[in-house]
Design a binder for this molecule. Structure first.
Ligand SMILES: Cc1ncc(COP(=O)(O)O)c(C=O)c1O
Length: 404
């Protein structure tokens, strides 16, 4: 069985049109299945960061705000991310953390709902994904409290039934960070719109792993991080998408001098900038941002459809190898089998998952552990190959056989 699966991996790697991309990353013999937490380092980033630090900052100093394009970096890099999430240019701005952008987007969505209705017509509820990554839930709760709304946690499946004329905004995750379940963005967005509310999507676990189609599906607002499948580096800045026809109504709860129409006018009153810059707040984090810009060059010539096809092939093959190598009954996949419901990770429920992951890491297979009992394996199609997948499942089988 081992020889058969190893041969299959070899054939899949030989036919893989993205296989050459791996050479653009700094990797070693470790099987790295944690790119859904921190993407690997693209090989061109260290040189770019050195140039930004030594030449742009060290020698050009203040001149770099213009001459090195620092001032316009948030929109320029936003436009580089835009095609990866299915957005036309001019709608994505990079900066701040995902958490901060969730706050901007949720409050702005509530304000849009309020301004669209006759006074006092009472869209007083916000729906939030009850299974969300915690930060989104905390921020939605605070946004609700600040704006005098009620927060209703519901699972994504319950959203259509929970929507009503009371709903102002809905905050959802495209892919569940724990189970890897892909939620139906087109139909949930349409349901939110049919109820007259605004949809905010968190794309942390989908951007760079699968097509999102923000423009195509009429998403109102979206946020996401850049340190997972976009490989921007630890703590690299997040992004905010505001659909073009909503930009004039985007009333940021964090208006800073960078989102002013005339930032250097130093005026006492606030006039928001037009377009994507309206989502900015303060001085951008240039070192991280320009490291991200370099990291995004690995996407040149890559189609997100090819990435998605490989991602599904990788997760299919992993499930096949796990079924073959892991002793019966030791793990249970909580990731949907249906392609239409699967992101780019496989989550396996496993007794003693924390210790099992430690043993895997010791044996050169890096995934992560999510409490209480989940082994999480992320598959980044740009640098994970099928031989990696076969080895990861084989080592998992050995670790579990030994601990039996
Ligand atoms: C779905 C989701 N939202 C938000 C975050 C984190 O937000 P921040 O970038 O502000 O730490 C994560 C981090 O893993 C996440 O998975």
């Amino acid at each position: 069985m081992k020889a058969e699966l190893a041969m299959k991996a070899e054939k899949l790697d030989a036919d893989d049109e993205l296989a050459g991309k791996r050479a653009e990353f700094v990797l070693d013999e470790v099987v790295y299945l944690d790119g859904n937490s921190l993407g690997a380092l693209p090989a061109n980033v260290p040189g770019r960061v050195e140039d930004v630090v030594l030449r742009q900052w060290g020698r050009l100093r203040i001149r770099s705000w213009d001459e090195s394009g620092w001032w316009t970096a948030p929109e320029r890099i936003g436009d580089r991310i835009a095609p990866l999430v299915g957005a036309a240019a001019g709608q994505v701005v990079v900066g701040d953390s995902t958490s901060v952008n969730v706050f901007k987007a949720v409050v702005a969505a509530i304000r849009m709902a309020e301004s669209a209705e006759p006074a006092g017509s009472g869209r007083d509820e916000i729906l939030v994904d009850a299974t969300t990554f915690p930060t989104d839930g905390y921020i939605a709760e605070s946004a609700a409290r600040m704006t005098g709304r009620t927060l209703r946690p519901v699972t994504p499946a319950e959203v259509p039934a929970a929507l009503s004329e009371r709903t102002a905004a809905v905050l959802l995750n495209h892919v569940d960070y724990r189970t890897g379940r892909l939620h139906d963005l087109p139909s949930l967005t349409a349901a939110v719109h049919a109820a007259g509310a605004y949809a905010v999507w968190d794309l942390c676990h989908s951007a760079g792993a699968l097509p999102v189609g923000l423009d195509e599906h009429g998403v109102d607002l979206a946020v996401g991080c850049t340190y997972k499948y976009l490989n921007g580096g630890p703590g690299s800045p997040a992004y905010l998408y505001v659909r073009r026809d909503l930009q004039d109504r985007f009333d940021s709860p964090l208006p800073g001098w960078n989102s002013h129409a005339d930032p250097f006018g130093m005026r006492g009153d606030f006039t928001p900038a037009d377009g994507a810059p309206r989502g900015r707040v303060g001085t951008p984090d240039i070192l991280s941002m320009l490291a991200l810009e370099a990291a995004l060059e690995v996407w040149d010539g890559v189609s997100i459809e090819a990435v998605r096809a490989k991602s599904l092939a990788l997760t299919d093959f992993f499930l096949e190898c796990v079924a073959a190598y892991v002793p019966e009954g030791r793990v249970e996949s909580v990731t949907p089998v249906a392609h239409g419901e699967r992101g780019s990770q496989v989550a396996l429920r496993c007794e003693g998952a924390g210790d099992v992951m430690k043993a895997l890491v010791e044996h050169g297979v890096v995934g992560d552990f999510r409490r209480p009992d989940v082994l999480r394996f992320g598959f980044t199609p740009l640098y994970v190959g099928f031989a990696d997948v076969e080895r990861a499942a084989r080592v998992l089988g050995q670790v579990l056989a030994r601990s039996a």
